[in-house]
Ligand binder design. Structure first.
Ligand SMILES: Nc1ncnc2c1ncn2[C@@H]1O[C@H](COP(=O)(O)OP(=O)(O)OP(=O)(O)O)[C@@H](O)[C@H]1O
Length: 802
């Protein structure tokens, strides 16, 4: 039997700082089942609105209890009938996914996961009462962070950096070496779950103070044994990391890499969904671990997607993108087939070690990787009907009762739902601004590259020709993935080519070769480029370069992108030079926000200096009073301001002596600008301010960041470099402490001696109030954070192993 993915939308309430008049998302429609429509204005024409229909839509007032009772509780009975259940939360960062899945600590605020477990245990106790059935509940919990799988039952320091491998096992994706923990009671579960959550990778970002930087997957295996027969079914609850528009996040380098990885996997997910909905022959599941594991449309059982939405305007485009994605997802068909029971003695090995028991070879568990559901359906159904004694029942709760009518042909491929009763204007996916993120890969047409030529393979082709074709496809087309946001041209691929392609993909992925890593960079690069983040894209391409020696196409791409960025910024620069010179004539007394790391006035810094902190010896920082900086600036001002900024000359006489400025150049020279520009904060998101001025302001604003004998800042890595050299001069214990603090991760910080959850939260909040890339670079700075003080710092330090 097959049904569709059930998609429900939940609009979160306003958060602190958000105001009613910015609300643009409306839960509408009052059918007997409640609201089913999300309405949102057209960003290009406010008088028009788009409507998206889902199975259910919950307005901001909906409680955790309501969501659970309506959407999740019904799945528990299917779970006990042997069906697998997949619940996943999808949405932009800060829209409430973790709140929905995990929730708060109070009973009322508990999210879907603890309620699900509570329900499972209740049902299990009820079943066990008859004395014939035994129910065992085991759980595994892992995260996918930067495309690597980590067991959340293991503390981060015990992780193997490469993560755990994943394998296909009879059509199911399994993680090898994962801990499977028996949880006999709810209390057991809660303990393990809480402990594991503390291991999850979270960080403060501009859009969410406790942003999940990973996809978290909880798998709850329910084994029901009656006599010799055991039936195993699994509930998976997945809290996906949120997509981020890095133009809004001000993410620093680490966060950018995380973000690129998050966005990449979500991008691949969107590609998968699009490929499935277009019934394409190849679904790119294998391009990210998350999509392999989620196996959307390939997993049997029931799938519920919870689409989390922020109600406000600042999320407008992201919300549209999410809605568009969800709209496609709801059309995905899934097999609703129960797992067959097996006899104990058949179980063999594999149980409890993260692999699937042998008896899982039951035909109903087969799936066809890399094939859209609809294409594989016939063969699959044959198997099912011959092998499954009782056909699985389709539950009406999952049927899409209010399917929108077919799209009018005049509005091709909008991807938006059309409720029969509600007039909907065309969403007009016409410009990249309209829906900029991953939700619309179809916009990027595939060039006539090798993939296209490979696709319509002639069945009469010789084996060698096919081999050559595929090799070319993998070596060139994948390396050129950057130009292929769209998965497939939709041309038919012969079965043999398809098979070979899958084998080669497995080889590439299985070996985890340099090349595979290079491909990851390329994908990330493309992802940045799609979002218009050219500087970040360039960086990723550059990281990819060493993995593809001699790939001229890639070299050309890097050069072209460099040139493009330089040209673009060169134009801006020329205009800004004029502004910069005007600005120079005025005293530079503007309030300076960026990179004031501790959120304190320079004056208070003076006072603290006199305190004679015991950890002073760790700090090789030299505090340079403002006056000194100003003095240096005045020297600098003799030169055209834009030039000094271009060369990154820090206004420090000592530095200037050791690192004499380059000879003066003609600022109008395009060459100079072009060559200097890439070194200047290529990832800066501070676009509203003139670059040259902002570069100087940053130096001026943060004299305490100057490191003795530090070279002048050369590029966007300057803050990292400064931090690195500062850390080099510190004791390992101090370095360790500062590294923990700079994770901005409450779960790690609270473990420090004398800190605790509250203070950890205060520290993280304090750091969050500052710039995203602000870091604590010394114990002295740490001691000055609100609520910390010298004593606490000493405590923290003494609690760490030297
Ligand atoms: N339904 C809700 N009721 C009350 N508060 C909510 C609700 N949904 C979200 N929030 C609050 O919104 C903030 C962001 O939510 P959350 O951390 O769950 O977002 P997220 O989508 O998981 O973000 P990320 O992808 O960055 O991890 C949190 O402070 C959370 O408590």
């Amino acid at each position: 039997m097959s049904g569709s993915v059930r998609v429900i939308a939940r609009v979160r309430p306003l958060l602190k700082g958000e105001i009613e008049k910015d609300v643009i998302v409306e839960a509408a429609g009052d059918s007997a089942d409640g609201k089913t429509i999300v309405r949102i204005p057209n960003p290009k024409k406010e008088s028009e609105s788009f409507s998206f229909q889902f199975n259910s839509v919950y307005p901001s007032g909906a409680s955790q209890q309501t969501i659970f009772d309506n959407e999740v509780a019904p799945t528990v009975k299917h779970l006990f009938k042997g069906f697998d259940v997949t619940l996943f939360a999808y949405g932009v960062t800060g829209t409430g996914k973790t709140h929905t899945m995990r929730g708060g600590k109070s009973l009322q605020e508990r999210g879907v996961i603890p309620r699900l477990l509570s329900n499972i245990y209740r049902k299990a106790r009820k079943l066990e009462k008859d004395g014939e059935t035994q129910v065992e509940v085991t759980m595994s919990y892992y995260e996918i962070y930067n495309d690597r799988v980590y067991d959340l039952f293991e503390p981060p320091e015990q992780r193997t950096p490469a993560g755990l491998p994943i394998r296909d096992n009879n059509g199911k994706t399994v993680v090898v070496g994962l801990t499977e923990r028996p949880c006999t009671t709810l209390k057991d579960f809660e303990l393990s779950y809480e402990q594991a959550n503390a291991h999850r990778s979270t960080s403060a970002t501009k859009l969410n103070a406790h942003s999940s930087r990973s996809h978290a997957i909880l798998r709850v295996k329910v084994a029901q044994t009656t006599g010799d027969e055991t039936r195993i079914s699994t509930a998976s609850a997945i809290d996906l990391a949120g997509s981020e528009d890095n133009r809004r996040t001000d993410n620093n380098k680490d966060r950018l890499v995380e973000s690129a990885s998050i966005n990449k996997s979500l991008f691949v997910l969107a590609q998968c969904v699009e490929a499935i909905s277009k019934k394409q022959a190849r679904i790119p599941y294998r391009e990210s671990k998350m999509t392999r594991i989620l196996s959307l449309g390939q997993n049997n059982g029931y799938t519920v997607m919870i689409l989390n939405l922020a109600p406000v305007r600042s999320y407008h485009l992201d919300t549209l993108s999410s809605l568009n994605f969800a709209n496609r997802t709801k059309k995905i068909e899934v097999n609703e087939i129960e797992n067959q029971p097996f006899f104990r003695e058949q179980a063999g090995k594999g149980k409890g070690d993260g692999t699937v028991p042998k008896s899982y070879n039951a035909p109903s568990m087969h799936r066809q990787p890399l094939r859209p559901k609809l294409l594989s359906q016939n063969s699959h159904l044959d198997e099912v009907t011959t092998n499954v004694a009782k056909p699985a029942r389709q539950f009406s709760v999952y049927s899409d009762q209010s399917k929108p009518p077919a799209r009018p042909s005049s509005t091709p491929n909008t991807g938006h739902a059309r409720a029969s009763t509600i007039p909907i204007k065309s969403p007009k996916r016409t410009s990249s601004e309209a829906i900029p993120s991953f939700g619309r890969p179809s916009k990027f047409s595939r060039p006539n590259g090798p993939t296209n030529t490979a696709a319509p393979a002639d069945p009469a082709m010789s084996k060698d020709a096919i081999e050559a074709l595929i090799e070319r496809k993998v070596t060139e087309a994948l390396a050129d993935r950057a130009d292929q946001s769209n998965v497939s041209s939709g041309d038919p691929i012969s079965a043999e080519v398809q098979k070979r392609l899958e084998a080669l993909e497995k080889r590439v992925e299985g070996k985890e070769t340099e090349r595979a890593e290079g491909l990851q960079y390329l994908l990330m690069a493309k992802q940045h480029q799609v979002r218009g983040e050219e500087a970040s894209a360039l960086k990723m391409y550059q990281l990819a370069l060493p993995h593809f020696p001699g790939n001229e196409k890639l070299v050309r791409k890097v050069a072209a992108l460099q040139e493009k960025i330089a040209m673009k910024k060169g134009g801006e620069r020329l205009m800004q030079t004029t502004n910069a010179i005007v600005e120079e004539a005025e005293p530079m007394e503007k309030p300076l926000a960026r990179r004031r790391p501790l959120g304190e006035e320079d004056e208070s810094y003076h006072e603290v200096r006199g305190e004679g902190n015991t950890y002073e010896e760790d700090d090789d920082f030299v505090y340079r009073p403002r006056t000194k900086i100003r003095h240096a600036q005045s020297t600098d001002r003799k030169r055209p301001l834009a030039v000094s900024a271009l060369h990154g000359c820090k206004a420090d006489p000592e530095t200037l002596t050791k690192h004499p400025p380059p000879p003066e150049v003609d600022v109008s020279s395009e060459d100079v600008i072009a060559s200097a520009l890439p070194r200047l904060h290529p990832q800066s998101t501070n676009r509203s301010r003139p670059l040259a001025i902002s570069a100087l302001h940053e130096r001026d604003a943060a004299p305490e960041f100057l490191v003795k004998h530090s070279p002048p800042p050369q590029d966007d890595d300057s803050s990292e470099d400064e931090l690195a050299s500062a850390l080099i001069s510190q004791t390992p214990r101090t370095k360790h402490l500062l590294t923990i603090i700079n994770t901005k991760d409450v779960s790690q910080i609270k473990l420090l001696k004398g800190v605790g959850a509250k203070r950890a939260e205060a520290i993280v909040n304090c750091l969050c109030d500052l710039e995203e890339d602000a870091r604590v670079t010394s114990l002295k700075e740490l001691g000055k954070l609100k609520g910390v003080g010298v004593k606490t710092v000493e405590n923290m330090r003494s609690g760490l192993v030297a």
